[in-house]
Design a protein around this ligand. Structure first.
Ligand code: NOJ
Ligand code: CA
Length: 584
């Protein structure tokens, strides 16, 4: 185990800083609140925190629009409050990585204010400014036909200087011009600022979008509006697959430019000047591993979570097969099932896919949530969990467009009515479902009003999911030995004390089985071999394993079992059982 780095052994936990813990009772989480919950996180058994952006920001994209890279947003506290949080986390052997938003700043960042102030401002070229093609302001006038991934043209006309600026995301998030060495210098200074303070690394936001084609050629395919229309109407698998391809063609000159890999190599060299730091890319593109140790340390295995409905053993096995085979030598995998951009694990991988309408829990959702955690903690690679998933928080669809805080919903709502012809009720549901507020609601700490997140008489920044009153909260679950929270704690402890689950090779077994997943994790250096079996069905199973094992020791089961030798010929599994055994 010594030869492995801390980030290979760690389990990460993503904190969404607006929603985690409100220390001063203003309805927004903050560093004093988060610091007070470090004991909770230590007891939960995680090793690292990924903190979504904590920088000053007008919050147009919930913090992913940074207006100062070397400070803390006032609602979260001060730089000193952050430093205290970091030190207190380190005291508890919890590392902290920050979110670094490279592609764009906020339009309120001082750099952009200067850049837009005049054509000859020294920072003009820090962003991507172009003349229009035709008459200013007319659609034909746009520098090209590129779209913003959040909708509409990627170009915004700025009347003060008569040019357009480029934004891959919202127009409030102008793209930095990474072809300008001064930009690189300024951004690497920000990276050093936090590394010098002692942060343990970064999650790199939207890395594939950093560069765009310098000649700005038009893309030849359909526009985003046409694709959105087709998406709304798509029904069959083929139609969805076609869609997928068309979307890639749409952004072909805006993402994945090869230049980004040299930039990542530079960043890696910078980070390697510090001891033991880590870079995690928000991408599933394996090219970001470089040759295995010269670009990013970790790349998310997003394809695993992109199943259409509930995860199946076949889907997981296929994913592992292709993913692990494609990793460059020395590259370490990284798995996740949920984050602040996606449906919550409990809703998404429950029994029924979340259809339009309120995501109602199904009978076996809680069992499936246990399987999802077991999968994260037993597959080869570093797991990332998302705050609230440990108590089974579910997606919460806002029932009033005025409550939307994610501007992707605000933007979509009128378009669904005016362009797609949906009724206001349908549009509301669709905008709530496509948007991301649903998975960002405040952490549910107890069954007190507002889920104990903030005082009863305070309106939290997003409504608390009312299911806090039905046992979906930390305090109630801490008292219940059978709760999901206690399951998380038990499994995290089991992983920590079982080296093969952390570093062992992954060998699939019974590769045709449709209702269960079985694999070995073998760590020869540790002299340890584990069998993991996850029953994805609501049936009892009897499975025979022809494994040469003199002795077997039960390491973990989600069900009650004798702790001594269990027979593997056959092994009987309860419905949805998580079963882990050491073979010697
Ligand atoms: C990815 C982030 O996870 C998402 O929340 C954000 O909107 C975009 N990048 C733009 O920064
Ligand atoms: Ca607060």
């Amino acid at each position: 185990m010594e030869k492995y780095k801390w980030w290979q052994k760690a389990v990460f936990y993503q904190i969404y800083p607006h929603s985690f813990a409100d220390g001063n009772g203003d309805g927004i989480s903050d560093f004093p609140g988060m610091t007070a919950k470090l004991d909770y996180l230590q007891d939960l058994g995680i090793d690292g925190i990924w903190l979504s952006p904590h920088y000053p920001s007008p919050f147009y994209d919930c913090g992913y629009d940074v207006s100062d890279y070397t400070d803390v947003s006032p609602e979260y506290g001060t730089l000193a409050d952050f430093k205290h949080f970091l030190d207190e986390a380190h005291q508890r052997n919890i590392r902290v990585i920050l979110d670094m938003v490279l592609n764009h700043t906020s339009d309120q960042h001082q750099w952009f204010r200067e850049s837009r102030s005049s054509r000859d401002n020294p920072k003009r070229d820090w962003y991507i400014w172009r003349d229009g093609k035709g008459e200013q302001g007319s659609l034909d006038g746009l520098p090209n036909n590129w779209d913003s991934t959040f909708g509409g043209s990627a170009w915004e006309y700025d009347s003060a200087t008569g040019q357009y600026y480029y934004h891959f995301f919202f127009k409030e998030q102008p793209d930095l011009n990474w072809r300008n060495p001064e930009v690189i210098q300024a951004m690497w200074d920000a990276v050093r600022f936090w590394l010098d303070m002692g942060v343990d690394g970064f999650r790199l936001d939207a890395v594939s979008t950093v560069y765009e084609h310098p000649d700005l050629p038009d893309h030849p395919g359909q526009s985003m509006i046409e694709l959105q229309q087709a998406y709304i109407n798509a029904k069959t698998r083929e139609e969805f697959d076609q869609q997928e391809k068309a979307w890639q063609a749409l952004f072909q000159y805006q993402i994945d430019l090869p230049e980004v890999h040299n930039l990542m190599k530079d960043l890696r060299q910078l980070v390697d000047q510090y001891e033991d730091r880590v870079l995690v890319g928000e991408t599933d593109d394996l090219r970001f591993y470089g040759s295995g140790d010269d670009e990013l340390h970790l790349i998310f295995n997003f394809p695993l979570m992109q199943s259409d409905g509930p995860l199946t053993p076949t889907w997981i096995r296929d994913n592992q097969k292709s993913r692990l085979a494609s990793l460059p030598p020395q590259a370490w995998p990284c798995n996740t099932l949920g984050n602040h951009d996606n449906s919550r694990v409990f809703s998404r991988f429950g029994e029924g896919s979340v259809e339009l309408g309120l995501p109602e829990p199904h009978t076996n959702d809680a069992s499936r949530a246990r399987l999802s955690l077991a999968l994260m903690l037993t597959l080869l690679g570093t797991p990332f969990l998302y705050n609230g998933e440990e108590i089974g928080m579910t997606d919460y669809y806002l029932n009033d467009p005025a409550l939307f805080r994610d501007n992707t919903s605000t933007y979509a709502y009128p378009l669904l009515i005016n362009l797609a012809g949906k009724s206001p009720e349908e549009a509301l549901k669709m905008a709530a479902m496509f948007g991301r507020d649903k998975c960002r609601t405040p952490m549910q700490w107890s069954n007190a009003p507002n889920g104990g997140f903030c005082p009863a008489d305070v309106t939290p920044w997003l409504p608390v999911n009312p299911n806090y009153a039905k046992g979906i909260n930390v305090a109630d679950q801490e008292k219940d030995p059978g709760s999901l929270l206690n399951f998380y704690k038990r499994m995290l402890r089991a992983r920590r004390s079982t080296p093969a689950l952390i570093t062992g090779d992954y060998t699939p077994l019974h590769e045709k089985a449709e209702n269960y997943l079985a694999f070995l994790r073998i760590a020869p250096q540790e002299g340890q071999k584990c069998l993991v079996v996850l029953n994805y069905s609501d049936q009892e199973l009897e499975i025979s394993f022809n494994l040469p094992a003199k002795q077997a020791r039960l390491i973990f089961s989600s069900h009650t079992r004798r702790s001594q030798v269990e027979s593997l010929n056959p092994l009987n599994l309860q419905p949805y059982e998580v079963f882990i055994m050491e073979l010697t």
